[in-house]
Structure formats: C-alpha cells, structure tokens
Write a protein that binds this ligand. Structure first.
Ligand SMILES: Cc1cc2nc3c(=O)[nH]c(=O)nc-3n(C[C@H](O)[C@H](O)[C@H](O)COP(=O)(O)OP(=O)(O)OC[C@H]3O[C@@H](n4cnc5c(N)ncnc54)[C@H](O)[C@@H]3O)c2cc1C
Length: 363
C-alpha cells in the first residue's frame, strides 16, 4: 500500500468486530482499510456461541462459517450454580437448538478469508502509532517492525479489543465494572467428554469447561485480579479449585493431574464500557466499546453486531444522516444495560458464599 493514501474509514483491529465493520462498509461502497497488528492469528480466548446468536450470523451472511467441521456443536449447558447439583439446560426444544464451540483460530481465519473474497484492503503487521486531526481529515501514523506508514481518513474505527488503543490515544477512558480475570488452560483427557458447556461456582469465582479437541478440554477459572495467585502458586490453586468443585466428578471423573495441564495463561475478562462509543471522527466497536463477562458468552456475537450496526451507522453518517451514530449508541447501550441486569441476576443466584470477597462484590 502506498504512503499518504486516503480512505473514508480506517479500521484499527482485524478481529470479529473490525472485519464485520469492514464487510458492512464495503457493501455500502465506503472505502476502507483494516489495520491489524498481528501477522498470524493470535490464540484468542472465547469460543462459545449460544444458539440464540444464530440469527445474527444469518443476517450477516456468515452462518455457513459455523457449519465447518472444525467447529463443534454443543447441545446444552450443565451448571452447578447456587447448589451442589448440576442443572441441565438442553437446547433441543428451543427454536435454535444447537450452540457452537468455535475453533477460534480457524474462525478468525474464516473471517479474514471472507473479507479477502470481498476484496477488502488489509494492512497486516502494522500497529497504530499516532492519530492527529488536520481540519476535517484525520492523519493516522502506523508502524511495523521495519516501516512507518502514514494514511489519511475521514473516520477511524477502534476495533482493537479490550485495549481500546484508538480511544486511549485520543484520551478517552473506558470505565470498568469489575476486575474479573481468567486463569485458563488446556487439559489432556483420555476419554472424550459429552458436548456440553459446563460451569460451576466456587468460593471465590466460577469455572468454565468445554470440550475442544478429542484429546483435550478447555478450562477457565474466573476470579478477581487481586485473588489470582502468584505464578508459583497457580498450579496448586488450579488443582485445589477444580478438585474441590462439582466438576471433578462430573467432568474429570478423577482428581486433576498437574502434568496434564498445558497452555496456561492469565487474561483480563472484566466488564468495561465507554460512556459514548463515538466522537467527531471516531467510532468504537466490539470489546473496544463494551466488553462482557464471559459468563454471558456474548463477546463475539456483540462484536459482530457492533461491527454490523456501527458500520451501517457510519455509512449513513457519511451520507449526512445526522442521527445515525446516536442510533448506534442507543442500540449498543440498551443491549449493554440488559446484559448488566441479566448478569446481576445470574450472580445473585449464588448465595452459598455471601461473605467471600468475590461474591460480596457481586451479590
Ligand atoms: C477468558 C475469556 C473468555 C471468553 N469467552 C467467550 C465466549 O465463550 N464467547 C464469546 O462470545 N466471547 C468470549 N470472550 C470474548 C471474545 O473473545 C471477545 O469479545 C471478542 O474477541 C471481541 O472481538 P473484537 O473484534 O472486539 O476484539 P478482538 O478479538 O480482541 O480483536 C482485536 C484485534 O485488534 C488487534 N489490535 C489491537 N491493538 C491494535 C493496534 N494498536 N494496532 C493494530 N491492531 C491492533 C488485535 O491484534 C486483534 O486482532 C471471552 C474473552 C475472554 C478474555
């Protein structure tokens, strides 16, 4: 790509939100480029797409991505929450009766492929360096390991995920509702487990387990940042938490073994939001605008929806429809407020440890 090129919109971040916005703007003949820092698809967390997300994928023409055999169907949730017994929620009799457990790296590649088939412009390996307003035009300086590139645009989209890099560069801070953090890992299994999503609460958080490949499962332990143990203590914390939970019997069917834990990582997973997800020359979408507690399994769907509605709102703004971004804000804020109510209701169902630090902060 040539230096000093001018686009209607520059999208920083090529995750689900950025690509969804790119596809939408492209379909409206708005000139766009997606700038993505990572050359390779980086191992992102988040894989669970609940059945009620299916209509959005259909609306965006992305439903065929979900039927690829690299993804797995799952048929319900099993949850020990509020008491020691597992409650089952089977999707069989619901309108959309299957959820999807994504192979996340493959999904990110599928999304990139769709955008390339739609002739979208990408600039891969570049990170946002500076943003400067020059009259009505915005100057964006990007850096790769070896190069600096300057581009110009009318609008810049922040699709950088939880980092919200564009917002930070222009001095807009996200608000945080909590400090939820995940300790996640893969666990080797000898026998495949049924295709359900399992959750169980414990004294200072909750645990998520889902089948992934035949020989391993995905496990995430969620607690608050100040309750995450030091690196030396992580494995003991994991063994202690899982072996004392209902999941030990229901899923693992034996005590957890230290040597079968691999790919151990810590990730921020808290709820955050912007007071207003747009300004004069910018719009924030996906996790950069609102990020969700993974208990909701809402992050990917919401990122796609924000890309879709935010993209249309921006295309309408370019066509001089003055209220278009207010409508985008209204839709996203309403969804976020509903999410907060449902999240609070779900946490309130657990009252076995009302004096523990984690639950006291939520109930
Ligand atoms: C532990 C955990 C579990 C989760 N589980 C689920 C789940 O089960 N279901 C679900 O739906 N969601 C889940 N999520 C949330 C989900 O992964 C996110 O909501 C989703 O990835 C948001 O998409 P996005 O496009 O907004 O951001 P991202 O997917 O984070 O994409 C942002 C992109 O921007 C790029 N980027 C960042 N900064 C720059 C920069 N300065 N310059 C250029 N590029 C940049 C990054 O490389 C990245 O590719 C989970 C999240 C966590 C942390």
């Amino acid at each position: 790509m040539k230096d000093n090129k001018c686009f209607d919109v520059i999208i920083i971040g090529g995750g689900p939100a950025g690509i969804a916005a790119g596809l939408t703007l492209n379909s409206r003949n708005v000139s766009t480029v997606i700038v993505e820092a990572n050359q390779d698809i980086n191992k992102k967390l988040g894989e669970c797409i609940p059945p009620n997300a299916y209509p959005l994928f259909q609306k965006m023409g992305l439903e065929t991505l979900l039927t690829n055999e690299k993804h797995h169907l799952y048929y319900g949730n099993k949850s020990a929450w509020g008491n020691d017994l597992f409650q089952e929620k089977i999707f069989l009799f619901e309108k959309h009766n299957k959820g999807i457990l994504l192979n996340r790296d493959f999904f990110e590649n599928q999304m990139r492929d769709v955008s390339i088939q739609n002739q979208m412009n990408w600039l891969i390996g570049y990170t946002l360096h500076t943003i400067e307003k020059e009259g009505t035009i915005t100057k964006v300086v990007l850096k790769s390991k070896a190069n600096t590139m300057t581009l110009f645009c009318n609008y810049i989209i922040d699709a950088t995920g939880r980092k919200a890099s564009v917002c930070r560069k222009i001095g807009i801070e996200k608000k945080e509702l909590d400090q939820l953090t995940s300790l996640n890992f893969k666990y080797k299994i000898k026998k495949p487990i049924p295709f359900f999503v399992y959750t169980a609460s414990f004294e200072n958080g909750w645990i998520y387990v889902s089948p992934s490949e035949e020989s391993s499962i995905t496990v995430m332990i969620f607690t608050d940042l100040d309750l995450i143990p030091s690196k030396d203590e992580e494995k003991n914390f994991i063994l202690d938490t899982i072996n004392n939970s209902q999941l030990a019997q229901e899923v693992f069917q034996s005590t957890l073994a230290d040597e079968d834990i691999y790919d151990l990582k810590t990730r921020v997973a808290n709820t955050t939001y912007l007071d207003k997800p747009y300004g004069e020359n910018w719009v924030a979408i996906g996790d950069a605008a609102y990020s969700f507690d993974p208990l909701s399994s809402y992050g990917i769907t919401s990122a796609l929806a924000a890309g879709y509605y935010g993209g249309h709102a921006l295309a309408n703004t370019i066509l001089k429809e003055e209220q278009a971004l207010d409508v985008y804000h209204y839709i996203m804020e309403n969804a976020f407020n509903n999410y907060k109510i449902q999240l609070q209701e779900q946490y309130t169902l657990e009252n076995r440890w009302i004096n523990s630090i984690f639950w006291k902060r939520r109930v």
